[in-house]
Design a protein around this ligand. Structure first.
Ligand code: SAH
Length: 211
């Protein structure tokens, strides 16, 4: 299998043709070798149009979903971004090409360890990984220009709005039973504008008090 060809086809057929228009996002999706993040036995499915299972009942998100969230976050090259739910580190890698700094939090230690190792090995130097409960955000590094949550939340975690810089955006799937509405919240001074960007399916965001 030629992964470079498969990845380029993914960008054209799954992203561009479905409306992803931000050229920086499309380039980043073409650059990051998704097959480096996919578990060995599923390698041949690396560029399929779907989420794939990883360890501990988690997933690597569908390429379209990653591109959609990155585009929705309206990132600039100077932004400092918080990602909740590192998983494999794939989305963090894409974010790292679009922004100045990425901080990514994962609550499952084996996933945190392997993503941190993988991102270092692949040379994504502007990503820092944390083993923690991301429902709290990451107060020590706030404020952020964008917060991208890659797990489905039942409701917006309390601290996120406070950790957002003026003009900043939160992109978060909110809902239950693997069916969420993608919400974008934009901060303008003390005002927070909420927009619904459509329906998606995610593994749940789990607060550590629940586990
Ligand atoms: N961004 C990932 C996909 C993530 S799947 C990728 O590109 O591969 C969602 C991830 O969120 C899972 O790894 C899950 O363990 C993690 N997660 C769930 N609840 C969390 C929490 N409270 N804090 C941090 N991570 C959490």
């Amino acid at each position: 299998m030629n992964f470079d060809v498969a990845r380029h086809n993914m960008v054209v057929e799954q992203l561009e043709e479905r409306g992803i228009a931000d050229s920086r996002v499309l380039e980043a999706m073409d650059w990051v070798r998704r097959h480096e993040f996919v578990p060995g036995p599923l390698l041949s499915q690396s560029y399929d149009d779907r989420a794939l299972p990883i360890e501990l009942e988690q997933t690597i998100s569908q390429p379209y979903t990653v591109a959609f969230m990155c585009e929705a976050a309206r990132l600039t090259a100077d932004d400092k971004v918080l990602e909740i739910g590192t998983g494999t580190g794939y989305c963090a890698a894409v974010l790292s090409l679009l922004t100045r700094e990425v901080h990514t939090v994962e609550r499952l230690e084996p996933l945190y360890l392997s993503a941190a190792e993988r991102l270092t090995r692949l040379g994504f130097r502007n990503v820092r990984c944390y083993f923690d409960d991301g429902t709290l955000g990451l107060p020590s590094e706030a404020p952020f220009n964008a917060i991208v949550c890659t797990a489905g939340a039942e409701s917006l975690p309390e601290g996120y709005q406070k950790q957002l810089a003026d003009g900043g955006r939160i992109v978060i799937p909110v809902g239950i039973n693997s069916r969420q509405e993608m919400i974008r919240i934009t901060r303008c001074g003390d005002q927070f504008r909420h927009e619904n960007l459509g329906t998606f399916g995610f593994v749940p965001l789990v607060a550590d008090t629940e586990s």
